[in-house]
Each structure stands twice: as structure tokens, then as C-alpha cells.
Design a protein around this ligand. Structure first.
Ligand code: GUN
Ligand code: FE
Length: 431
């Protein structure tokens, strides 16, 4: 098939040095690892005589898509009708997450969660579980069944939610430690310290998160930041001594190169500087921000500052409305259009592959097709529907093809998804 990988963020549509494209490419996988990549004839020459070959011509093969922020217990929250974030959380989301106290329910939904990701070409994601430790057990158990590289954490929350969704500072600490002991480093699992957001954690629980971050400095930390104006106002009331929302997380030592901050839409210059200085990642969730009406994330502006902020891109299921990273980047594109900015398709495809791998600090394993990395791949067909096929007739360049995939594509454009070299688009539950 045709191979596309990125070496760095593209500066423009004509920045051909930012990516590698093989029109007649080959990829040799041995034990789930990429053993050779490049021109088909050259790769073929290195392959054993009895190698099994899969022909994906004329489709495009890329590193598997990556989703940097979503919620596995919110599959049945998608399409909930609310006017704003806090209404959406209180009316629908918290009640739904209560159900994950039941291990059978959590296991069933986790299975569907991974199968849905794979159907949409996503091979790695960073997700929130519910407050219940058993939800994290289900999450990582099902990830291992599929051999997927996943980041996830038991949510820490001890106030401002229904009783059945609350832990305590001590429980959050103990259970997060238990999740780390049970799952971190097993298979391809990465446990994240996951205080939901400042509204649902007391200062004492923030201290527990800080203690965990100190004890386990290599772990990811994920939380939400400055998504909605009412949320920001309430947060600042709860933490009156903090300079602003960002300062709360800074105060508890939760910012840094492995910190993923969902949304981060409404930030002051001071806050943006702090994210830049600490190397923290702002994760853009365009379908969610539009669906919940949270605001327009200044993706380009935040990246071209003198002190730029690292960014990731994500679906934020169930605030988000699509599992597809193609649909997600289409909405990101439209947000930039409204803001008077350009988002070119090379940039978008970099963000959903290598860019997100860098955001998750996993680029040594995923997001590229380098020899020695994990063979997580997506195969995309830009002529997957009649309307796409018709439009493809007039496409002549690679950026045009990518833009068509982003603008019209969804799960139907995913011809196959490979996890460590195994075809997985059909998932496990269906088979
Ligand atoms: N802020 C705190 N929790 C959530 C959540 O589950 N979804 C979104 N979109 N924002 C949040
Ligand atoms: Fe979220």
C-alpha cells in the first residue's frame, strides 16, 4: 500500500520534508514490531520467503490514530441534551457513571469501548474510568485482550457529585496505588493519576494526587482545565487563594511534561505561560467544545506563541459526539476557520498520529512507523462512500486526499486497523 508517516509538525501544505510518503510501500511486521519499512521491493527483499502478504493498494497506511482524552464510562452519555457543561455533568453524566460500580456493566462497556475505537482506526487512547477501582480493572483487562497500548486511570473525586461517585482523599490514594500495582507496565498499559477536575476534588484530595505524583513521577496525570466560564468561576470560588484555575494544579505539583489538560480553552496569558513553562499538554476536544457549547480553542494561536504550548487532540467521548479522529479534526478545522486561522490537512494528520504520540510521551513506541516500534496501523480509503469516490475522481495530490478523508471520512473510511500487526477493525465482541 501507500505509506505516510510524519517526522515532525508540518509548517505548511508544501512542507514535504515533514513527512515520508512511499507510493509503493511495504511494511514488514515480526512479532508485532515493525521490522522493515520503505519501498515495497526493498522490504520484500528482506522478508522471509514464506511471509504472509496483505495488499492494501490503493489505500493509505498510517500509524494508528491516537485519542488523547475521552471517558470510557460515557459511551451511553453521547447525545445528551444540555445547555452547558455543569448541567450536562449533573443531569446525565454523573448518573451514568454511577452504573460502573457494577463490574459486569463496566466489563461489557469496556469491551464495546475498545471495539468502537478500533472500528474508527484508533489504536491508542488516554481515557478516564469512573471513580470505582473495578472500572479501571475492566478497562485494562479489555485493553490487554486486544493487545492495545492504553493510558487510563481511576477517577479521583470527593465532592460536588452524587454520593455513589465519591471517594475520599485516602481511598483515592490507596485505590490509585492499587491500580498502579495491578496494571501499570502490564501489557502495554499506562496508569494515569486522574483527579477529575478541581471542582470535584477537595484540597485534601489534591494533596493526595500530589503525593501520588511525587511517588510516581513517570506516570501521566490527566485532568480538565478551563472548559467553561461557569466552571471557571465556581472553581475559583472553591480555591480562593489560587491566582487562577491553572494555579490550582500548579500549587499541587500536578503540571509537567506528562500532564494532559482536557480543553484548556479560556486561559489568560499568565496561565498559558505556565503551561508552556511546565511543558504541560493542552488537549483540544473540538466536537465536545462545540456540542456542549464550551468555546473555541485557539489551537494555532497557542502553538505559535513565543512561549508555545504543547497540544494534543481528542474526542472527549461522551461530551464529544464522534469516536472518529477524522470527524474530530474536521471540527477542529472549522473552529480554526471561525477564528480566522488555517489548519492544513498535513498538520491535522500529524496531530492525530505522531503529534498525539508526542503529547502522550509515547513516540518511542507509537505514532511513527520507525523500525523497532509497535506495528499499530490504520489503513484509510478516501473513496469509501459513493460521494467520497466521486470527489476522489478530481483529487490529484496527497494533501487533497487527506483533506477529503478529514472532511467526509468516518469509520467507513477505515479499511483496516492493526494492533501489533493483527487486523482488529472488526473488534473482539463481534467475532
Ligand atoms: N469536566 C469534568 N468532568 C468532565 C467530563 O466528564 N467531561 C467534560 N467534557 N468535562 C468535564
Ligand atoms: Fe473530558
Amino acid at each position: 500500500g501507500r505509506l505516510l508517516t510524519f517526522k515532525r509538525a508540518p509548517l505548511s501544505l508544501t512542507d514535504t520534508a515533514s513527512y515520508r510518503y512511499e507510493h509503493d510501500g511495504g511494511l514488514l511486521v515480526e512479532d508485532g514490531i515493525i521490522a522493515a519499512v520503505g519501498d515495497y521491493a526493498e522490504v520484500k527483499a528482506q522478508a522471509p520467503d514464506d511471509v504472509a502478504e496483505i495488499d492494501h493498494r490503493p489505500h493509505l497506511i498510517l500509524p494508528g490514530l491516537i485519542d488523547a482524552h475521552l471517558h470510557f464510562p460515557q459511551m451511553q452519555v453521547i447525545a445528551s441534551y444540555a445547555g452547558s457543561l455543569l448541567e450536562w455533568l449533573n443531569t446525565y453524566t454523573f448518573h451514568e457513571e454511577l452504573r460502573f460500580v457494577d463490574t459486569d456493566h463496566a466489563t461489557r462497556i469496556a469491551g464495546h469501548f475498545y471495539d468502537e475505537l478500533l472500528r474508527h482506526g484508533t489504536t491508542t487512547a488516554a481515557a478516564y474510568c469512573s471513580v470505582h477501582k473495578t472500572s479501571a480493572d475492566a478497562y485494562f483487562t479489555e485493553a490487554m485482550k486486544r493487545g492495545m497500548c492504553m493510558v487510563g486511570g481511576k477517577v479521583m473525586m470527593d465532592r460536588n457529585a452524587p454520593q455513589g461517585l465519591l471517594d475520599t482523599p485516602q481511598m483515592a490514594y490507596d485505590e490509585t496505588r492499587a491500580v498502579i500495582a495491578d496494571w501499570h507496565g502490564k501489557g502495554r498499559n499506562h496508569v494515569a493519576i486522574t483527579p477529575r477536575f478541581a471542582i470535584t476534588s477537595t484540597p485534601e484530595q489534591m494533596q493526595a494526587a500530589q503525593a501520588l505524583a511525587k511517588e510516581f513521577p513517570d506516570l501521566h496525570i490527566q485532568t480538565h482545565l478551563s472548559e467553561n466560564l461557569d466552571e471557571i468561576a465556581f472553581t475559583c470560588e472553591l480555591y480562593p487563594k489560587a491566582k487562577d484555575y491553572t494555579d490550582i494544579y500548579a500549587h499541587y505539583g500536578l503540571l509537567g511534561a506528562k500532564t494532559l489538560l482536557g480543553h484548556a480553552i479560556h486561559l489568560s496569558d499568565r496561565e498559558t505561560d505556565v503551561l508552556s513553562e511546565t511543558g504541560s499538554v493542552a488537549v483540544h476536544c473540538p466536537t465536545s467544545n462545540l456540542f456542549i457549547g464550551s468555546g473555541l480553542f485557539p489551537l494555532n494561536a497557542i502553538r505559535r506563541r513565543k512561549k508555545p504550548v504543547r497540544v494534543g487532540v481528542a474526542t472527549d467521548i461522551g461530551g464529544g459526539s464522534s469516536y472518529s479522529m477524522l470527524r474530530t479534526m474536521d471540527e477542529a478545522y472549522k473552529i480554526q476557520q471561525i477564528l480566522g486561522e488555517r489548519l492544513n490537512p498535513l498538520d491535522s494528520f500529524h496531530l492525530m498520529t505522531r503529534g498525539n504520540a508526542e503529547a502522550l510521551s509515547l513516540v518511542d513506541r507509537i505514532g511513527t512507523l520507525e523500525v523497532g516500534t509497535d506495528a499499530d496501523l490504520v489503513v484509510l480509503n478516501a473513496a469509501a462512500t459513493p460521494a467520497m469516490a466521486l470527489r476522489m475522481e478530481t483529487v490529484t495530490t496527497l494533501p487533497e486526499e487527506l483533506f477529503l478523508l478529514q472532511t467526509m471520512g468516518d469509520d467507513r473510511a477505515v479499511a483496516e486497523t492493526y494492533v501489533r500487526g493483527t487486523a482488529m477493525k472488526g473488534g473482539l465482541i463481534g467475532s
